[in-house]
Write a protein that binds this ligand. Structure first.
Ligand SMILES: [Fe+2]
Ligand SMILES: [Fe+2]
Length: 260
């Protein structure tokens, strides 16, 4: 099975790129399933039901979350009626939504997806991602051996550590959050595909999807500035992971496409 995994979708430009590029990428790579991180899809901050409805025919099967999960306050209510959105599984149990799900790929086989949040250099109040995934995996693996994790985290070390820890126990661990794709895609010895960060679906001429000038100004002056989203000239970054029926990764290839 081939699974297309995509980094953080940023704003309107990111959503437009997704709608135009994912169907073509799915065809080109003959993907059976697609996961994308949606935490910046609503104007750069969080999710809305409306944005997700706009993505209905994009070819993305599941949207994963991150530290901006609840930036849009209505989404705490809206998530209850949505079956294709995951919030990080290691957020406190009292939070709405669910952290993992089993979905059906285009070839009819089940795929489990888990969303996890890092703790190093992050302030979202998540529980230990290692412990959370370890607790959940036995139940998840009863449904299917094909399990992919989106580990939304800042530190490369934390991401590699989690990938190594679950090597042989899941099909793929891919990172999101930094908006910068890394070139370290590999298959670990136990058969888990890994990439530190998938990158983003956001403007090429930007700083992490935001307009360059206010970010520069903030760095140079230390004064507050509104980080406006740049919706022009988006690029999609992600990876295609090939997984055997037994859940073992057989390949991982980075993908990058510009919307012209
Ligand atoms: Fe992000
Ligand atoms: Fe994030």
């Amino acid at each position: 099975m081939k699974i297309l995994m995509i980094g953080d979708i940023v704003g309107k430009g990111g959503r437009r790129a997704l709608r135009h590029l994912v169907p073509e990428l799915r065809r080109h790579y003959q993907c059976h399933f697609c996961v994308a991180n949606g935490e910046n899809m609503a104007g750069g901050n969080g999710f809305t039901k409306l944005c997700l409805q706009e993505m209905e025919n994009s070819g993305v099967d599941v949207f994963t979350g991150g530290d901006h999960m609840w930036d849009q306050k209505d989404f705490m209510t809206e998530i209850g009626s949505l079956t294709n959105v995951l919030r990080p599984a290691n957020l406190p149990d009292c939070q709405p939504g669910r952290g993992w799900g089993v979905f059906t790929a285009r070839d009819g086989s089940p795929v489990a997806v888990m969303s996890l949040l890092g703790r190093t250099f992050m302030a979202a109040g998540a529980d230990c991602p290692f412990a959370a995934a370890e607790r959940l995996l036995p139940e998840i693996r009863q449904h299917t051996p094909v399990v992919v994790i989106d580990f939304h985290a800042e530190a490369t070390s934390e991401k590699i550590a989690l990938g190594r820890y679950f090597d042989g126990k899941v099909s793929a661990v891919v990172g999101t959050h930094t908006h910068v794709a890394t070139a370290d895609q590999q298959i670990f010895p136990g058969g888990t595909a890994f990439q530190c960060d998938l990158g983003m679906v956001g403007a090429r001429e930007s700083i992490l999807g935001r307009d360059i000038a206010p970010v520069l100004s903030r760095f140079r002056t230390g004064l507050p500035a509104r980080f406006t989203v740049n919706d022009r000239g988006p690029r999609l970054s992600g990876a295609v992971v090939t997984v055997s029926a037994a859940g073992r990764a057989e390949g991982i290839e980075r993908v990058m496409r510009d919307l012209r």
